[in-house]
Design a protein around this ligand. Structure first.
Ligand SMILES: [Zn+2]
Length: 80
C-alpha cells in the first residue's frame, strides 16, 4: 500500500511521481491521461522551481519564434 506519497504511479516502472510531473522521473513514460492533480496539492519548493523554470523557458521560446518570424517577414535579406 503506497499511500504515503501524493502522486501518480508510473504504469511502466511503478515509480511514484510528483503530481505535477508530466512524465515519469525514472523512465520518462507519459503520465496516465486519467490522472488528475489533487486540488489541494501544494508543490514542493523544488517542484515549484521546476514549474517556474519550465514556464520561463516556454516564454523565451515563444519570444524567439516571434522574433524569427518578424525577421523572416520584414528582413528576409539579413538571413542569407
Ligand atoms: Zn516510469
Amino acid at each position: 500500500m503506497l499511500m504515503l506519497q501524493d502522486g501518480w504511479t508510473c504504469p511502466q516502472c511503478t515509480f511514484v511521481n510528483e503530481p505535477t510531473r508530466p512524465g515519469c522521473e525514472a523512465c520518462c513514460a507519459n503520465r496516465p491521461d486519467d490522472y488528475k492533480v489533487p486540488v489541494n496539492y501544494l508543490p514542493s519548493e523544488a517542484e515549484q522551481t521546476r514549474l517556474d523554470r519550465e514556464r520561463q523557458l516556454e516564454e523565451v521560446l515563444v519570444l524567439l519564434l516571434v522574433l524569427l518570424f518578424y525577421q523572416t517577414v520584414w528582413f528576409p535579406m539579413t538571413l542569407t
